[in-house]
Structures are given as C-alpha cells and as structure tokens.
Write a protein that binds this ligand. Structure first.
Ligand code: FES
Ligand SMILES: [Fe+2]
Length: 433
C-alpha cells in the first residue's frame, strides 16, 4: 500500500519528477537496432514523457534528437535525414548524430554554427538494441556489458510491444511468481505437450500455486526467489526459481535466457522489450523464430490484433478496458479457458492495463505473495531518493559485474536458495576462465 504522494513519486517519469530524474541516470534501450536502417525516414521515439526522433547517418551511426529543433522548435519528425546529418525543414539547420551543427543556411556568419550544439543524446548500439542516456552529461554512467550482447544476432530474438499503462504495474507482473499458475494456467497446462525448452522448464509451476517467496537486496536491485514444494512422479523436492530485478526497469528470468526491459514511454504508456537468447540455437532464424514467437504469443499478428503496437495502441476496435478485452465468457463457462483471453501476453496485458492507466495503490491489500512487489516499490523509491539527495542510484558507479547478474533455477537440497546463485556464478567464472 502506498499513499497518493508516494505512488505518484514511484510512477511519474517526466523530466521534473523524482523517478524521472532517477531513470535518466541509466542507459535505456529504446528500439531494436534492426528497425532503423540507413536512408530510413526519422522515426519517432517516446521515452520518459519526452519525444525524440531517431535516424541513421550515411555511415550507419544512429542518432537521437529531441523532437524540437534547437532553433525555434519545429518538429524534427518532419526533418530530412540527409547524408551526414538531420536537417530541419524550417530554416535548414543541420545536425550530426553527436550534436555538431553542420549547417545554418539562413545565418550568413559561418562561425555561428561553431558556437552552438544540437539537441542530440548519446546513442549506443549493443545486443541488437539502440540505447540512450538522457541524464546530465557529466554523470553519464559506464555502459553495461551484458553477456547476451556478445552473441551473434542469429542467437538473439528481440521483440517490442507497447501497453497502455504505467511501467511499475508492468514490472510487478515480472516479480510476482504466484500469478503464473493462476492467470496463465491454460498456457502452462498446454506447455507440457510442446517441444520447446522454455515450455518444459515452466511446466512444474502449476503443481504448486502458493510458492514461498523471498528477496535479497543487491548492488543492482534485488534477487527474487519463488520456492515450490513439488511432489509428483519424480518424487518430493523444493524447486527454486530466482529472478533478478535490475534497476530501474529490467528483469532477468529464472531460466537465464530472457531479459526484459520495461521502459516508460510516458506516465501511462510503456514499451516492453524482450530479449530471448540461446548459447547454442539460432533463435532468430526460421523455424525457431516463428516457433518461439508463436509459443510466447508475440507474433506480429497477435500484437496487431490486441492493439500492442505503436500503430494500434489505444484503438477503440482493439481489446481494451472499455470492451473488457473481448473476454470470451462462453469459453470460461465451458471450462476451456480460465481467463477468457487468447494467450500469455494478452493475459498479462489485460491484468496490468485493467488496473488503470496509473493504478491507485492506496487501497491495495498486499499479502505474503507480494514480497517481490513490495521490494520493487522500495527499490525504485530508493533510487529516486538517492538521486534527489545527490547520490548515485542503484547499479551506477558500484562496479557491478554484469556477467554475474542473471536469474537462475534449480532443486534445493538442504541449502539456502542464495547458494544456487553462488553456484551458478562459480560455473560462469570457470566457463570464462
Ligand atoms: S526551427 Fe529548425 S531550423 Fe529553424
Ligand atoms: Fe504473466
């Protein structure tokens, strides 16, 4: 439970908001690198309540410019991507990706352009994504080097969809293991019959609906463990599934093969980026690519039908709270569907979005099943406090070894779940040596 003011502080991400200032201290992914080619028209980007345009110059470097031109604010969405820079159509000022002003044709003094700087932001290309840093230049943090960034493109599958609600309620679903066996029960029941590694790994979740949950603070955020006592044909055991929340908006799954970034577009719309990877398989090549997208429910057809793309978000004919997400009540009555929704993603979206665009937390009743959610609030608010008090937020300037930050899972004998993390880290280090 959070009072109104704390909830606003937690959720609002604009340039003058405490959480917005904290989020601006991190590198954030804003689109898949493959979506932006040399010669493409400038693309609109919405991030933390502000608008930008992304483009590539003719040498392939990606740039991010504020939506409004440095000169008198005309929209750079209308600009021309021209060779080595982006040219505003109003008076022709032209900017390079690093902000260098290349041309000011309506100003006779050739020295004028040397005294000014375009409204660009630093952009990095890594792991198949474009990343930017919107904070104060003097405080630009080290760029995080995740192990999955080193894989070939073929072994990394990236998807992006958009949801019509605040980012915090989307992340909540990722540190809330107890909803898996309920909201997603149909998907999990079917998963036993599907020949995909992911499906088999999650199948046992439906056998215990009330996992024990625990959290551990770290330098980058927290680990979140769901412990399930399972008794089946393989005998009795405790299965641990451990996810990592990495401030400010990333969750690494317990299977150690998915990173999710939940990046606010503004206070009430959120971009959800998945990175699926494999050490051995060409996930991003057919037939695996389609199989994975199909199973997770992230095919272009699904995203379009459920209104989860930039183009379809908020369209009245798409499932939304007003039309009850086109829930199939007949299937629910017949017992063929728990949620009446077509798949995992639609279920998550409906659960998050139906709570309200920026949900109220004054009247929520958190339980023992919500320790991840409570820790999420506390961790994010600590980031906002730190920045407000002039300190670096979590994960920044602490020498975090990104190769060691990962989710994990396993069967516990008598040890503590934290030992599984230590064991995985040892294996990782041996592998690297
Ligand atoms: S407003 Fe862009 S060049 Fe004048
Ligand atoms: Fe879910």
């Amino acid at each position: 439970m959070l009072n109104h003011d704390s909830n606003q502080r937690l959720c609002r991400v604009g340039p003058d908001d405490a959480m917005g200032l904290a989020m601006r201290r991190y590198w954030l992914p804003f689109m898949a690198a493959a979506e932006l080619a040399v010669g493409d028209d400038p693309r609109g980007v919405e991030l933390l309540g502000e608008r930008f345009v992304a483009w590539r110059d003719d040498s392939g470097r990606a740039g991010l410019y504020h939506q409004h031109c440095l000169h008198r604010g005309a929209s750079m969405r209308l600009a021309r991507a021209e060779g080595d820079g982006l040219r505003c159509i109003y008076h022709g000022w032209k900017f390079a990706v690093d902000g260098t002003v290349l041309d000011t044709p309506n100003v006779a003094d050739p020295k004028f352009k040397e005294r000014i700087q375009g409204r660009t932001f630093p952009v990095r290309e890594a792991g198949g994504l474009l990343w930017t840093y919107l904070g104060p230049r003097a405080q630009e943090p080290q760029f995080p080097h995740w192990p999955w960034m080193d894989l070939p493109d073929a072994q990394r599958l990236i998807t992006r969809h958009v949801e019509e609600c605040n980012f915090v309620q989307v992340i909540e679903g990722l540190v809330d293991s107890s909803h898996l066996g309920l909201l997603h029960m149909n998907g999990l029941q079917q998963s036993g019959d599907v020949d995909l590694g992911f499906a088999q790994k999650v199948n046992s979740m439906q056998r215990n609906l009330a996992p024990r949950l625990d959290v551990q603070d770290t330098d980058f955020g927290f680990y979140y463990a769901a412990l399930r006592e399972i008794e089946d044909e393989q005998g009795a055991r405790t299965e641990a599934r451990i996810a990592a929340f990495v401030a400010p908006c990333c969750v690494l799954n317990p299977n150690g093969d998915i990173a999710t970034f939940v990046v606010p577009m503004d206070d009430e719309r959120t971009a959800f980026i998945h990175i699926f990877w494999s050490e051995t398989q060409a996930l991003n090549r057919e037939p695996l690519r389609s199989q994975h997208l199909e199973f997770i429910g992230l095919t272009p057809a699904v995203l379009d039908a459920f209104g989860l793309t930039d183009e379809t978000l908020g369209r009245a004919d798409r499932p939304n709270p007003r039309n009850h997400f086109h829930q199939d009540r007949a299937a629910m009555r017949q017992g063929t569907s728990w949620s009446g929704l077509p798949g995992l993603i639609e279920e998550d979206v409906a659960a998050s979005v139906s709570a309200g665009a920026l949900r109220d937390r004054q009247h929520e009743m958190l339980s023992i099943a919500d320790v991840g959610v409570t820790r999420l609030y506390r961790t994010l608010l600590a980031c906002a406090d730190a920045v407000e008090q002039g300190r670096a937020p979590l994960g920044i300037g602490r020498g975090v070894d990104w190769s060691q930050v990962q989710g994990t899972h396993g069967v516990l004998a008598s040890e503590d779940w934290r030992d599984l993390i230590a064991r995985r880290q040892e294996t990782e280090s041996e592998g690297a040596a």
